[in-house]
Write a protein that binds this ligand. Sequence first.
Ligand SMILES: Nc1ncnc2c1ncn2[C@@H]1O[C@H](COP(=O)(O)OP(=O)(O)OP(=O)(O)O)[C@@H](O)[C@H]1O
Length: 295
Amino acid sequence: MTTTTAIRVRGLRKAYAGVTAVDGLDLDVAHGEVFALLGPNGAGKTTTVEILEGYRRRDVGEVSVLGADPARPDAGWRARIGIVLQSSGGHDELSVGELVHHFAGYYPDARDPDEVIASVGLDEKRGTRARHLSGGQRRRLDVALGILGNPALLFLDEPTTGFDPEARREFWALISSLADGGTTIILTTHYLDEAEHLADRVGVITAGRVVALDTPDRLGGRDQDRAVVRWIDDGRPHTEHTSEPTALIARLAQRLGGEVPGLTVSRPTLEDVYLRLIGEPATPTTSIETLEPAP
Ligand SMILES: Nc1ncnc2c1ncn2[C@@H]1O[C@H](COP(=O)(O)OP(=O)(O)OP(=O)(O)O)[C@@H](O)[C@H]1O
């Protein structure tokens, strides 16, 4: 293992009573990277992440997380890992301040509890009992507890499910600031915009295998996909798929004598590419197939 590798997985397999959940998975995540795992329900994401966290035993394969085998962690390994699970709860009668201060006592190198509360935007809720927090505020508390031990590696499982758009943006800023501070982050999410916004790289898992792995803007050859150019000509909408949109627009501008009416240029979204990778048809408006020949 090189010193830049936070996570190294080779040939990971796990089956539950004959049902294969992870089927020969390979993965490398560098220190300081934000890595998003995407995949449909039942693809094997949670099983993989729980093996990395040391909460689930693998059947076969090599796994190294922060230099240790999660199935046989050395002393102090767990304190270097922060985990924010999909659903949380418990200690509902304690206030935000009481909870964060209480759990800080479990870590050898805990961050300042009051600073952590402020960093997740819960200053005003310090005296509020956990059971009186909104869903988004509860999630922030979960993150506060996850980062309290100053982890080198943070696992976030669907962290913004149920957030309103503003809360999601604020949460993204929090995660970005953790990443800027050097924390390695493994994120599972069903929100493609979240992966696009936060992740340095994205891995798509289907049927227990990584089927694509790249930066969000290059995933599945996205950067090579043709652009969709739309415009109005003679009062009729036109669409053309081209790898040279600039040349097409220059020709149109010349022919139409300046401004091209109704001009839009779009590329396949991360969602389009993701749906193609997992075998689902893209929506017609963003299809990368040619809709009609050039006029
Ligand atoms: N404890 C278990 N016992 C038996 N089968 C399980 C268990 N946990 C997961 N599975 C099965 O393993 C497969 C992978 O499940 P997993 O939870 O890892 O998928 P996932 O990608 O996290 O899905 P989701 O997006 O729905 O959370 C599924 O077929 C699931 O039914």
